[in-house]
Ligand binder design. Structure first.
Ligand code: FE2
Ligand code: FE2
Length: 292
């Protein structure tokens, strides 16, 4: 990479707001099996997060007749894991939101792909009985945030990246390397290091396009997110469409999952993918809240 760009991109990352302390506390809470009361206390410290939690609890998705008015009630209703994931999604999205009028890539499409990858990662882990449920959703949700950083760094260049990828039918990753000289996998990992997130997050960002290079301790998480990324590309914008299970089986992520978890071999793709249709509502629901 051009030296000059590397330091300029790192500077862009430096200027991004730090991770809110509430988000850091929630990530910690995910790993500590925190009880509902303590979780409610953490969320209550942040007014906009509290507002989002109430908005979700009162959304049409849950179809309640009586309004949920307190954080304690919302936390009890939604459960620890759901609420934590949702709050983390809201804060990640708001930290990365550009100042108004600044031109950006299509953030609605960006977050739709991200949320779908997060949700599919979670479902795949649970289908395969892999105990990563708490972190894997968030790892999937933020696997591509390097794209937002690159777009902030140079929106014109990133527009060229997307045009080149489309025009020449190459991957966005390849186009980023050609136009900018840096790609979103590495840049995303830098951001997560700055935020001092647990290592699994930066590793998932770093290796989701090169699964086979991932270090052993993160190999399962990287493969799950990478595989969910494939599914979400095929699936997230066209629920109900046909998916070619053979192509999915040819991905590096699938081959690695097959090696480390023979359970995946027995996975009935058509069935599993069909079951993802049920996740559509969850995705739309999260999307509605984080895009406010
Ligand atoms: Fe990516
Ligand atoms: Fe992706």
């Amino acid at each position: 990479m051009m030296e000059d760009f590397e330091s300029k991109i790192k500077q862009t990352i430096e200027y991004l707001p730090p991770i809110p302390s509430v988000m850091a506390e929630l990530i910690q809470a995910l790993n500590d099996d925190i009880d509902l009361n303590d979780l409610g206390k953490i969320i209550s410290k942040d007014p906009s997060m509290s507002m989002n939690v109430l908005k979700v609890a009162n959304s049409a998705f849950y179809g309640l007749r009586n309004k949920v008015a307190t954080i304690e009630h919302a936390v009890r209703m939604l459960g620890t894991r759901e609420i934590t994931s949702l709050c983390i999604a809201c804060s990640a999205c708001s930290i990365l939101r550009p100042s108004s009028r600044q031109p950006t890539i299509d953030l609605i499409m960006f977050w739709r792909h991200s949320v779908a990858t997060g949700v599919f990662s979670k479902l795949l882990s649970s289908e395969l009985n892999i105990g990563l449920l708490n972190n894997i959703y968030l790892a999937g949700l933020i696997h591509d945030v390097g794209k937002i950083v690159l777009d902030r760094f140079a929106h014109d260049m990133y527009t060229d990246v997307l045009r080149l990828a489309r025009g020449q039918n190459i991957s966005v990753l390849e186009a980023e390397k050609r136009v900018i000289g840096a790609s979103h996998d590495m840049v995303g990992a830098w951001l997560m290091e700055k935020w001092q997130l647990p290592i699994i997050f930066s590793q998932v960002a770093m290796y989701h396009h090169q699964t086979y290079k991932a270090p052993d301790e993160c190999l399962i998480a990287v493969s799950i997110v990478s595989f969910a990324n494939h599914i979400s590309k095929l699936k997230s914008f066209c629920f109900g469409g046909e998916i070619d299970g053979t192509t999915l089986r040819e991905t590096d992520a699938f081959k690695i999952l097959e090696r480390i978890n023979p359970g995946v071999r027995g996975l009935d793709f058509l069935d599993f993918i069909e079951s993802l249709n049920g996740a559509r509502e969850e995705i739309v629901n999260i999307e509605r809240v984080i895009n406010v």
